[in-house]
Design a protein around this ligand. Structure first.
Ligand SMILES: *Cc1c(COP(=O)(O)O)cnc(C)c1O
Length: 368
């Protein structure tokens, strides 16, 4: 941390700009707009590790515990701080939900106007509520995310309003700090890193973060990057944009990723993979995370673990299944489960209603 960076009186977490200032494009003049994002837990997943084998250690980077409930806050603190430094008074974004929730919150703190363009009817309820309660101007269009992104790009090119989607390089710079935290916690890089891929900003950011830590000699190896798209929304696997992407994982329902080339580069440079997982595989992982590891995520986030299970089944990890070498795998869990309560409710049995009597309740609870 550079001296003079802390210009606030927050306690506890200090935010990614203050923690990693020397690796970020900030100066002492940058106004730090922070909600103390980052420093999220890296949770050891014992049951998921066991399904892979005795020498596997799987960790969950639980990004749902950021201030607005997703990793987007890491990029947004920097994008908004830099926009403020450059004298902007308004920001704009297209969003599948979490970008708008984050932009709205940080813009509110920075006294900036926030305009959000979303695809009509395709945003999870919790995320829409967040953008609105933080006082963003939310405009729903008859079109999908890719249409929304094309329009906000054009607006920000021609009017005094800063684009804060992940094509804004400050978003990537902020998000790369998740890699730093993982390496700091593990005392080195993991062997594999699994994460969902939508617009592909995050895989770009993680890979940039790992490579920078490597070049600063903070780590001695680089992870293999394993990215997962949803089957109905998998342009990178198909090799061409998808006009009408479909998936229950709305945060990765994107047919033409803005950072497509960077995602491909991360895959080839790390000798990794980008694969597709079905909505069923996503939901299965979503339930296992909640039921067995106690971690509630939104569906898109579960794509990382769904992908891990799929690769394990198809034998991808077989050659690493020795008893000697420990294999460390990190799965990024991008957003909190409470973001999308409707999906959760669709996937549970509604509670039984019984008489308010102890014996009846004991019987219904299965307690003898
Ligand atoms: C934004 C988002 C993604 C996708 O990240 P990209 O950078 O667009 O690839 C995945 N999961 C959640 C919860 C998100 O909010």
């Amino acid at each position: 941390m550079q001296s003079g960076q802390i210009k606030h009186n927050n306690t506890g977490r200090i935010g990614i700009i203050n923690r990693y200032a020397k690796y970020l494009p900030v100066t002492k003049k940058t106004p730090v707009i922070t909600l103390c994002e980052g420093n999220t837990p890296l949770i050891f997943a014992s049951k998921i590790s066991n399904t892979l084998g005795v020498n596997f250690k799987v960790y969950l980077k639980y990004e749902g515990l950021n201030p607005t409930g997703s990793f987007k806050d890491r990029g947004m603190t920097l994008a908004i701080s830099k926009a403020k430094e450059e004298g902007m008074s308004a920001v704009i974004c297209a969003s599948t939900g979490n970008t708008s929730a984050s932009a709205a919150a940080y813009a509110a703190r920075a006294n900036m106007k926030c305009v959000v363009v979303i695809p009509e009817g395709a945003i999870a309820l919790g995320k829409l509520a967040q953008a609105l309660i933080h006082n963003a101007t939310v405009i729903a269009i008859k079109g999908n995310f890719d249409d929304a992104l094309a329009i906000v790009r054009e607006i920000s090119d021609n009017y005094p309003v800063r684009l804060v989607n992940s094509i804004n390089p400050n978003r990537i710079e902020g998000q790369k700090t998740a890699s730093f935290e993982i390496c700091d916690s593990l005392n080195g890089a993991p062997d594999f890193h699994c994460l969902p891929v939508g617009n592909a900003g995050n895989i770009t950011a993680y890979w940039k973060g790992y490579k920078e830590y490597y070049s600063y000699k903070k780590i001695e190896s680089l992870p293999v990057m394993l990215g997962f798209q949803a089957k109905g929304s998998a342009p990178i696997i198909k090799g061409k944009p998808i006009k009408n992407p479909k998936t229950i994982a709305t945060a990765i329902k994107i047919g033409n990723p803005a950072s497509w080339q960077q995602a491909i580069d991360a895959r080839s440079e790390s000798k990794g993979l980008i694969e597709a997982v079905s909505d069923n595989q996503i939901l299965q992982a979503y339930k296992i995370l909640a039921k067995e590891e106690g971690v509630f995520v939104e569906p898109a986030s579960a794509a990382s673990v769904a992908g891990l299970f799929m690769l394990n089944k198809t034998g991808y990890f077989d050659k690493y299944k020795t008893k000697t070498k420990e294999i460390r795998i990190v799965c990024t869990l991008t957003g909190h489960g409470l973001k999308d309560p409707e999906i959760a409710i669709k996937n549970i049995k509604t509670p039984k209603v019984v008489e308010s009597k102890m014996q009846t309740i004991l019987k219904a609870a299965g307690i003898k």
